[in-house]
Ligand binder design. Structure first.
Ligand code: G3P
Ligand code: MG
Length: 252
């Protein structure tokens, strides 16, 4: 499926994040309804070793809970409301497991799974996610991304056919990942730079090496237009309808 993705690929970031509560089934289903060929989501392990879809280290910003997600069991996380903070219209929307997302949309949309075990970089997350991908037979419908090279290295060992995207932090701190060192860490298929670093030079160098460039997080019309004109392979956006509008305007 990676080979067949339309380019530039519009990845609905955490689902259609501007239009529904991030990283919920509602956001992923809306992204699909809006025509996104791909979604991005963040995965983490609960205290009892289950894989949930959630961005922050702590529960406070997007749910009614407090404290670190990794200290909670799946059962206690399932009791939380991950929709109300976005809008009362989404009251009761739960934190999904990765299995629930695979079940709901796994065969209909390409999924960029960001391995966000940044607090415990060598934990079991890649192993457990790989096991679930095999169980759902979704090797052809997903890719991994991470700022954590250990997670990507492990994912490559487990599922060598699944593409990898190396995320690079913005600015000077992300320079090693974007350069020679990043290519030694892991043989990735795609570089995922921040918007501020997605220059025409970076894009053309990556292309010369046979890498795709997927840029995060692109929410402004002028940035989308510029990146598409520079031949970027994909963007992560909170606003997929805006990206489709820009593509239409360009006649794509
Ligand atoms: O994968 C692109 C983007 O999701 C990386 O940053 O913090 O939104 O997960 P973040
Ligand atoms: Mg992410």
């Amino acid at each position: 499926m990676y080979q067949q993705l339309p380019r530039p690929t519009i990845f609905a970031h955490r689902g259609s994040k501007n239009h529904a509560p991030e990283n919920t089934l509602a956001a992923f289903k809306l992204a699909l309804a809006q025509g996104a060929p791909a979604i991005e989501l963040d995965v983490k392990l609960t205290a009892d070793g289950e894989i949930v879809v959630f961005h922050d280290r702590t529960l406070d910003r997007t749910t009614g809970g407090t404290g670190r997600l990794q200290d909670q069991t799946l059962a206690s996380l399932k009791a939380l409301d991950a929709g109300f903070h976005f809008s009362p219209a989404f009251k009761g929307e739960p934190i999904p497991t990765l299995a629930e997302v695979f079940e709901a949309v796994g065969r209909q949309v390409f999924i960029n799974i960001e391995l966000t075990n940044y607090a415990s970089p060598k934990d079991q997350l890649p192993d457990k996610v790989a096991e679930l991908i095999i169980k759902f037979d979704l090797q052809d419908g997903v890719m991994f991304s991470s700022f954590n090279r250990y997670a990507l290295q492990r994912a490559k060992q487990l599922l060598p056919a699944v593409p990898l995207g190396l995320l690079a932090l913005p600015g000077i701190i992300g320079a090693p990942a974007r350069g020679w060192l990043g290519r030694q860490w892991v043989a990735y298929q795609a570089l995922h730079p921040a918007l501020v670093d997605a220059t025409p030079g970076l894009i053309s160098k990556a292309h010369q090496r046979g890498h795709r460039v997927h840029v995060y997080t692109v929410n402004k019309r002028e940035d989308m237009l510029r990146l598409f004109q520079h031949g970027v392979d994909g963007i992560f956006t909170d606003d997929p309808p805006l990206a489709f509008d820009v593509l239409r305007q360009m006649g794509k």
